[in-house]
Design a protein around this ligand. Structure first.
Ligand SMILES: *Cc1c(COP(=O)(O)O)cnc(C)c1O
Length: 400
């Protein structure tokens, strides 16, 4: 059983490329180009060099001693928070900007919600001297001001999107519309394992460096190259895809994912797409989508802007449906608590997205010799205000 994409771009019943006629040429050009390019020796040489010298890879695999004691297992943290720009998103942005250059594109567009993917894209465009335009919902432009200023400083044009709820989903739609108008010179740099085929596969492959490194680092540290558990948070699914990529078909490894429960999966304020979604089509792909009974997209809600998306990548829809992954919905208060806990026990402030993965630990039970690898997808500097505003959710740690 393989959970990889098939030749038609599907993961089981999910995935595919449901696109308007006008985009067919763009998507087909990308589909034909991506594997020959990213598998070429020249691409691999440039990509590996930038990952090492620019992004700072390999990211550490850190033995978290105090948290290991608390959870009664051997807990290792895969430190994507140590990367340049503060999260795993740079791995994908570096890979796709090299692909865009090889395809002869001169202009790059991207969507962003919290602004993390926008910043990663603006960063690699500055690095390569490429023209960059970011689409961002007007609501997000207002609540993520620092990231907007970072993108502008990096030379990107930020286009506030005023349709719909004016958030991530609307920004995706606006980027797709822009692409329709500029098919020949423009590369659309998608930020997660979503969108029409080949994007989910392309992004998963570019993030797979995470599990490639875990294999080598575990072998060095514990003398075997696989853990008993992998744990990651899941929004669109890219850091999770990278974390599990080289272990998907290895049944010795249990996979636990944490999606955003918001106020609770039955509260009406949630982003727990795998728990709440029904099969539908969103942004060019068949996936689980939170929708009303008549198929209107429902707005997602989570304290974490990076997990706040009404869909989830097709690879993960299939793996969850096949029972290969166990998915917990982590509520806002549980994530905040877990974020404080990691901060106080290990001196690492995780992104609130990553804190959802940490919170999953308290819902699991371990044997003392279990080896657990948890991916810290990003650092929490951007979230300090949110942590402080919600410190009553972590009374044990928030009493200051
Ligand atoms: C964007 C983001 C996520 C969610 O995206 P995935 O594609 O699901 O990984 C998680 N953590 C951080 C730090 C992010 O910036």
């Amino acid at each position: 059983m393989s959970y990889q994409v098939d030749e038609n771009g599907f993961y089981g019943e999910f995935g595919g490329a449901y696109i308007p006629e006008i985009l067919y040429k763009c998507v087909d050009e990308l589909r034909k180009a991506y594997l020959p390019v990213i598998e070429s020796a020249e691409f691999q040489q440039e990509y590996r060099q930038l990952l090492r010298d620019y992004a700072g890879r390999p990211s550490p695999l850190y033995y978290a001693e105090r948290m290991s004691r608390k959870y009664g297992c051997h807990l290792y943290l895969k430190r994507e928070d140590c990367n340049h720009t503060g999260a795993h998103k740079i791995n994908n942005a570096i890979g796709q900007i090299l692909l865009a250059k090889k395809m002869g594109k001169t202009r790059v567009i991207a969507e962003t919600g919290a602004g993390q993917h926008g910043v990663a894209t603006a960063t690699v465009c500055a690095l390569m001297g490429m023209q960059c335009e970011i689409f961002m919902g007007k609501t997000d432009v207002e609540r993520q001001h620092t990231n907007v200023e970072r993108m502008r400083m990096l030379g990107a044009k930020v286009n506030p999107v005023t349709t719909g709820n004016m958030t991530l989903s609307d920004a995706c739609s606006a980027a797709i519309r822009d692409w329709c108008c500029h098919p020949s010179d423009t590369y659309y740099l998608v930020g997660s394992t979503m969108g029409p085929h080949p994007y989910p596969d392309l992004v998963a492959k570019l993030q797979s460096v995470i599990s490639e490194e875990i294999k080598i680092q575990l072998q060095e540290k514990v003398g075997r190259d696989y853990p008993d558990y992998l744990v990651a948070c899941i929004g669109g699914g890219s850091n999770a895809a990278g974390t599990i990529y080289h272990y998907m078909d290895d049944e010795r490894v249990k996979i636990v994912l944490a999606e955003a429960g918001g106020h609770g999966i039955d509260s009406g304020y949630t982003a727990a797409t795998i728990h709440r979604g029904r099969t539908g089509i969103l942004h060019g792909s068949k996936m689980l989508v939170m929708q009303t009974p008549d198929g209107q997209i429902e707005e997602a809600f989570s304290i974490s802007a990076g997990l706040d998306y009404p869909g989830v990548g097709p690879m993960h829809c299939n793996m969850a449906k096949q029972g290969r992954t166990q998915v917990f919905a982590i509520n806002d208060d549980e994530a905040i608590y877990a974020g404080y806990e990691m901060t106080r026990l290990e001196g690492i402030i995780p992104a609130i997205e990553s804190a959802h993965a940490v919170a999953a630990l308290s819902k699991m039970s371990f044997r003392p010799d279990d080896i657990v690898v948890l991916t810290v997808s990003g650092r929490g500097d951007k979230d300090v205000e949110t942590y402080l505003k919600n410190k009553e959710m972590a009374k044990e740690y928030g009493n200051f």
